[in-house]
Write a new protein. Structure first.
Lengths: 110, 117
């Protein structure tokens, strides 16, 4: 069992549709991060959420940190083919160990 | 782009042979990490380092050892490779831990694909 569970694992949608990806844990995190990874490359940080209930927007992407700081969501509005990739949440509940979620593979069909 | 170089990028080896993967950074970051990535599991932490000669285990450390004799280099060794260690291995670095005003952002290398036959 992994510390951070993401859902759905796979998502295939049409261009222009909206979607939400969830990241859940039974542990409390001081912060959670979202990364995006493209094939053959390492993950790249999109955003860090720090405060319970915090909402951050990055163009068409909206990130939310749960009030209890145990979960987070990523909402994409009007998805574009360029949004295709693997989305990973990550956090360090204690000390130095960054744990990653199971990942959500998104495909946006033109 | 953060200066992180992993070598080798691709390796095929046989069961029972030793394998060493190298991560080299030019950023002088304190923290270095080794992850493995497998379908359905995201990234799982193998070992990490919080300074020269200071290392600790992650969630999947069995069968792996690490060494950090210099700030810039973090080595991952498989003493006797097994087929279950076939994976893509990523090195990451971080200047700080997550918390307070620090994002603890991880910067990743491009990965090393290891196949154990």
């Amino acid at each position: 069992t992994q510390l951070l569970e993401q859902s759905p694992q796979f998502l295939s949608i049409q261009e222009g549709e909206n979607l939400t990806v969830y990241c859940n844990s039974s542990s409390v995190f001081s912060s959670l991060q979202w990364y995006r990874q493209e094939p053959g490359e390492g993950p790249v940080l999109l955003v860090t959420v720090v405060t319970g209930g915090e909402v951050k927007k990055l163009k068409r992407l909206t990130f939310q940190f749960g009030d209890a700081r145990k979960d987070s969501s990523l909402h994409i509005t009007a998805a574009q083919p360029g949004d295709t990739g693997l989305y990973l949440c990550a956090g360090a509940p204690t000390g130095n160990q960054f744990y990653f979620g199971t990942g959500t593979s998104l495909t946006v069909i033109p | 782009d953060a200066g992180i170089t992993q070598s080798p990028r691709h390796k095929v080896t046989e069961t029972g042979t030793p394998v060493t993967l190298r991560c080299h950074q030019t950023e002088n970051h304190r923290y270095m990490y080794w992850y493995r990535q497998d379908p359905g599991h995201g990234l799982r932490l193998i070992h990490y380092s919080y300074g020269v000669k200071d290392t600790d285990k992650g969630e999947v450390s069995d069968g792996y050892s690490v060494s950090r004799s210099k700030t810039e280099d973090f080595l991952l060794t498989l003493e006797s490779a097994t087929s279950s260690q076939t994976s893509v291995y990523f090195c990451a670095i971080s200047e700080s831990l997550a918390g307070g005003s620090n994002t603890g952002e991880l910067f990743f290398g491009e990965g090393s694909r290891l196949t154990v036959l």
